[in-house]
Design a binder for this molecule. Structure first.
Ligand SMILES: [Zn+2]
Length: 404
């Protein structure tokens, strides 16, 4: 498997700062030119965002992906008590159509609103803009407001942005892949600096203020143009990584460990940065091909982590009443077990093609099961609508039934 992050350069003298910054944003930033053009295009392209119509100020999307049937989730609440807890505060959509486009194509459709097969080029980026790009370009959000946390894997990092000529890398999401953050090489590099200490809040605030006052790009007040984070955001990213390294996330092991880390990273990022959008793409449930039992184990573990994420939001006075969450798989799995007592995906059954979406937030109906038939790729334009942005290339429609 291709490591999604470029290793920090070994030829230049490494500072702790450059290592941390490299690991944090290299996945998305490595492919970019160091300096992005500014000027003519930026002032015209970034009109003031429209006045907010909705109470939602933050959105969390959990692509509960890897091929997960509704039957083991909303059909078996004992597997997913936390998902059901979220559903009580929001709505369950049990009639969501999912296209069988392969894991990558189907999960990508959630973010692009375009149900396109990715075919044999499935390691390549999609051609359509993602919700990250829509929010960065059309709603004018700076890079540090839009995050993607993925399990390891070459494909999932491609969710951060597509190749559309009007959008692309400079409007991409900040990317954290648990593989990049917790791989042995990175830990060794950090270890070589000795005991890592997290600066106090007061120290961090002073440094942040200083960085702001010195960096001409920050003082120019530019927003949205360029993926690069402003210096303050870079400092917060460094701090975040230090906290992660001291914390418990790097010790998660066992089946579904990648997903569990991905959700926990998303939780920590969300608490610390309070970004406008954070998406988390899971995939470990695909162990189902070989073992139904392991598949259910992954679902239960992911549900536990989802519960911790939800509780973190509920215990934050600022986030509690302003955060909307969407949880949905990319597609289901076959109706019957295969010869290995596992579950594949390809029989065209309802178990495969009809999924669920749980959505909760201040603008949504509460405690309802909504019979409306919608598509998984409607999630992208629904999020865009919450932020007053358009999703012009998307072929989905905002889910009207969801709104209170
Ligand atoms: Zn599979």
């Amino acid at each position: 498997m291709q490591p999604p992050h470029a290793a920090p350069s070994r030829t230049s003298p490494l500072t702790r700062r450059s290592v941390l910054r490299g690991a944090a944003v290299a996945g998305a930033a490595a492919a970019l030119p160091a300096v992005l053009p500014r000027g003519v295009a930026s002032s015209a392209a970034f009109a003031a965002p429209p006045a907010p119509t909705y109470r939602t100020k933050h959105v969390i999307v959990v692509a509960f992906a890897g091929g997960v049937r509704a039957r083991e989730c909303i059909g078996k609440p004992s597997n997913v008590p936390n998902l059901m807890r979220i559903a009580e505060k929001g709505a369950v959509l049990p009639n969501v159509k999912a296209a069988n486009l392969g894991h990558y194509g189907a999960a990508l459709a959630i973010f692009t609103g375009c149900p396109d097969a990715q075919g044999i080029r499935e390691n390549a980026r999609g051609e359509n803009p993602t919700i990250f790009e829509y929010l960065r370009k059309d709603a004018g959000l700076p890079a540090h407001e839009v995050w993607l946390s993925t399990t390891a894997g070459a494909q999932t990092v491609n969710f951060a942005y597509g190749t559309h000529a009007d959008y692309g890398a400079k409007y991409g999401a900040n990317l954290i892949s648990t593989d990049g953050l917790f791989n042995a090489e990175f830990r060794d590099l950090v270890g070589s600096f000795g005991q890592v200490s997290v600066p106090s809040d007061a120290e961090a605030a002073r440094v942040e203020k200083l960085a702001k006052s010195l960096d001409p790009k920050w003082t120019a007040g530019g927003k949205g143009d360029g993926l690069s984070n402003d210096p303050a955001a870079n400092l917060r990213i460094q701090r975040y990584i230090l906290e992660e390294l001291r914390g418990d996330t790097s010790d998660i092991t066992g089946p579904g460990a990648g997903d569990a880390k991905s959700i926990r990273v998303a939780r920590n990022l969300f608490r610390l940065f309070r970004p406008k959008l954070i998406a988390c793409v899971l995939q470990n449930a695909d162990v189902a091909h070989g073992s139904f039992n392991s598949y259910e184990e992954v679902i239960r573990r992911n549900d536990r982590e989802l519960g911790l994420l939800w509780d973190a939001v509920q215990s934050d006075a600022q986030l509690r009443d302003t955060t909307s969450i969407f949880v949905l798989p990319e597609f289901g799995r076959d109706a019957s077990l295969n010869q290995r007592n596992g579950l594949d995906h390809g029989d065209g059954s309802e178990d495969l093609g009809k999924i669920f979406c749980v959505a909760a937030g201040p603008d949504f109906k509460q405690g309802k099961t909504l019979s409306a038939g919608v598509d998984a790729f409607d999630v992208c334009p629904t999020i865009a609508q919450l932020f007053g942005a358009k999703a012009p290339v998307s072929r989905g429609k905002a889910v009207k039934a969801l709104f209170a």
